[in-house]
Design a binder for this molecule. Structure first.
Ligand code: IVH
Length: 693
């Protein structure tokens, strides 16, 4: 261990880590892309070793995009982006038999399937790798894309072509357009071998097979990828020009016939006991498998049922992951820090003696909130059980009370914000303490900026957390508008970016290009980027779909201050928007400072008007519909999902803007109101007739 590093505080380590990362990335860029090394190999190795030492000392700084986790540079303009023809979604989770039962009940309820009737599910291992979509046209591999944000991923075709178990050509019975989806992964044996070689050559070692696979796949130079032992398992289809199967089981057969490998075992289950038996069997097999899995996946077998079930937000209703229990270890709490989030929430974080949990070194764990600290009676110095599951932030589960020493004091939760010293308050019914500093609190400002540029928001590559923090400190970026003025300001600056330590001509240009590219953004992403409390991705989409553009949204929010008025009624008629969310939204848009920022952003950014994603030609596209009473042929949830898929807006309360009220059995006040307002009323049969055409 280096003696100098030992004295680094976390802040100093972070700062040096960022600096070294930029120097190394720049060196990689000049070496790999321009074939013109700017520094000597020895210098490079020195920097690299220093970075490794810091990461050894402060394991939390090892992020997937640290230069130690990838060799070579990302391509100069980033990988090309490709839109997915069919979105690549994620999966919901269950962690217990009870939750699994709830999942099955939800599926049954949605489909209105009686208890006596069977619903078949396929069961298969959940591989811990990186998902990838392979597109074939006329049997030829055309391109390969990462999942990205689910709607758009990165073009990794060249790298994927080096993976030997991915066929480049599919022969036999194959539809003209075919997308096979699955997981790129590294076997444990390959990973151990790779790390041995890396170590022998003085290069970085990877933390686990998944990181190694990620680092290998994100290589600019596919010659390097070719040397990495990557593999692929297929498990799903994307766009397909002709039907190839009627069940998930048959999909698995086709995928194998086309020459792909599949993880095994795959089973067909129709009773919870079979499913649990499968889960237990795979749990037993897990330690002996040569690849890492983090659970199993269940999918409704019948594809026509899958279609009826559809999606909610980012996950299908017809599938779920059954995750393995979290891994646990014991460590000591060295300190408790308070982090201040984007919306001012104070989150206590335990700084731990580094400990390996499930193959990853953990030195921080969340303590959630003040109540949790009190409930678990966590004190500095305590031995605690720490757990980690998948990508979830490690948590402190409990204190090992027998090991507590006399003199350990209860933790005094701060009464003021540790960053801006404003008072902290706790609203009624909430567990979280919040800093009241709002716009003056620098922690909140920095977190808001990080959110603004994050992947599902403006998605500005190269403007990572560290850089945002640095730029904020220097006063270069104090609010979102400054991001879009950065290049302009830089031109007139005495210390332009390119002349700063860790930056160069190319990296500065890349950043400006990424910012330029982000200046066209969809309306839903834009709303999400604003980081309004309680407005996540799904709510942002609903707002975008309802208001269509920013001027309309802004105008409506100002009008909605009157809770008796129509604008307010419209707002709370949107699904999942109740009075509390409405308050946060209105509060945000009427706030003067926020209005200035919005005006500023509008000068630089083109916000696209929201387009209903599908079915513009459907008879109910853009119509506002309301379901009331009991439907007989499908559940309310299914009817609603179907209407939304066809481009309708499903609302909760009848107004003059309602196009159709679909009245089931025993419809009451909404039907009455519809008649009063002269809104068209349809019976369930008439409705089904309308959407059939
Ligand atoms: S199916 C629409 N099957 O898990 C459903 N996913 O946590 C698509 N994964 O994004 C996914 N093994 O990357 C499916 N056998 C399997 C899987 C699997 C691993 C990954 C996949 C997905 C993630 C969700």
């Amino acid at each position: 261990m280096s003696d100098t590093l030992f004295d680094f505080t976390l802040e100093e380590a972070k700062s040096r880590h960022g600096e070294l990362s930029r120097i190394i990335e720049r060196a990689n860029e000049s070496y790999y892309q321009k074939d013109q090394p700017e520094i000597s190999d020895a210098q490079y190795d020195n920097y690299f070793q220093e970075l490794q030492k810091i990461e050894k000392e402060f394991p939390d700084l090892v992020t997937p995009d640290s230069p130690t986790q990838k060799v070579g540079a990302a391509p100069s303009k980033g990988f090309k982006k490709i839109k997915h023809a069919v979105p690549m979604l994620s999966l919901g989770n269950v962690f217990s038999e009870d939750e699994l039962e709830d999942f099955i009940t939800r599926v049954r309820k949605f489909l209105r399937v009686e208890k006596a009737e069977k619903i078949e599910l396929t069961a298969e291992p959940k591989i811990d790798g990186l998902s990838c979509s392979l597109r074939y046209e006329g049997g030829e591999l055309i391109y390969a894309v990462t999942r990205g944000d689910g709607y758009e991923g990165e073009d990794i075709t060249q790298n994927v072509k080096t993976i030997s178990d991915i066929p480049q050509k599919i022969t036999g019975q194959v539809p003209d357009i075919l997308e096979v989806r699955g997981e790129v992964y590294m076997r444990r044996s390959g990973f151990i071998e790779l790390n041995k070689n890396q170590e022998a050559q003085g290069k970085q070692v990877f933390a686990n097979p998944r990181n190694a696979a990620a680092g290998s796949l994100r290589q600019l130079d596919s010659k390097i990828t070719a040397l990495r032992p990557l593999h692929f398992f297929g498990y799903a289809l994307g766009e397909v020009s002709a039907p190839v199967a009627q069940t998930q089981w048959e999909i698995h057969q086709r995928i194998k016939e086309w020459g792909f490998s599949e993880a095994s075992p795959v089973a067909l289950c129709s009773h919870i006991d079979d499913i649990m038996a499968y889960y237990n069997e795979v749990t037993q097999l897990r330690p002996d498998l040569d690849y890492e899995i983090d659970g199993v996946v269940y999918k409704v077998n019948d594809l026509s049922l899958q279609e009826r079930l559809g999606f909610v937000s980012r996950a299908p209703r017809w599938a779920t992951a059954h995750k393995f229990p979290a891994e646990k270890a014991v460590s000591i709490i060295k300190d408790i820090d308070i982090q201040v989030g984007r919306t001012g929430v104070l989150t206590p974080v335990a700084r731990l003696e580094p400990v390996t949990v499930g193959g990853v070194v953990v030195s921080n764990a969340t303590l959630h909130n003040a109540d949790e600290i009190e409930r678990k009676d966590v004190r500095i110095g305590d031995h605690v059980v720490v757990q980690r599951a998948g990508d979830v932030i490690p948590q402190v589960v409990e204190v090992v009370k027998e090991r507590r020493q006399a003199g350990f004091q209860p933790f005094p939760f701060p009464q003021t914000c540790p960053v801006c010293e404003s008072k902290v308050i706790r609203e009624e019914g909430e567990v979280a303490w919040r800093c009241t500093g709002g716009l003056v609190c620098s922690a909140q400002a920095v977190e808001r900026l990080k959110h603004f540029v994050s992947r599902l928001a403006f998605d500005i590559e190269g403007l990572g957390a560290k850089i945002i923090e640095d730029f904020w400190q220097e006063g270069l970026i104090k609010n979102p508008v400054d991001i879009f003025r950065l290049e302009e300001k830089d031109k007139n600056s005495l210390t332009p970016l390119r002349a700063r330590s860790g930056w160069g001509e190319q990296s500065a240009r890349n950043l400006f290009q990424a910012i330029e590219k982000s200046k066209t953004i969809s309306f839903n992403r834009f709303i999400y980027a604003l980081g309004i409390r309680q407005v996540g991705e799904a709510t942002a989409k609903r707002l975008a779909s309802f208001y269509k553009d920013l001027p309309t949204l802004r105008g409506s929010m100002v009008q909605a201050q009157d809770p008796e008025g129509e604008a307010y009624q419209d707002l709370i008629s949107i699904e999942d928007i109740g009075p509390a969310v409405a308050d946060d939204l209105i509060g945000f848009f009427v706030e003067e400072h926020n209005q200035e920022i919005l005006d500023g952003i509008e000068k630089y950014v083109h916000i696209e008007t929201y387009e209903q994603p599908q079915n513009a030609g459907s008879p109910i596209s853009k119509k506002v519909v309301i379901f009331t009473g009991t439907l007989e042929q499908m559940t309310r949830a299914e009817a609603k999902a179907k209407a939304e898929n066809l481009g309708a807006k499903v609302s909760g309360s009848v107004s003059k803007k309602t196009d159709y009220v679909i009245a089931g059995k025993d419809a009451g006040s909404k039907l009455k109101k519809a008649k009063e307002l002269g809104v068209k009323v349809l019976s369930e049969d008439e409705w089904l007739e309308l959407i059939r055409t």
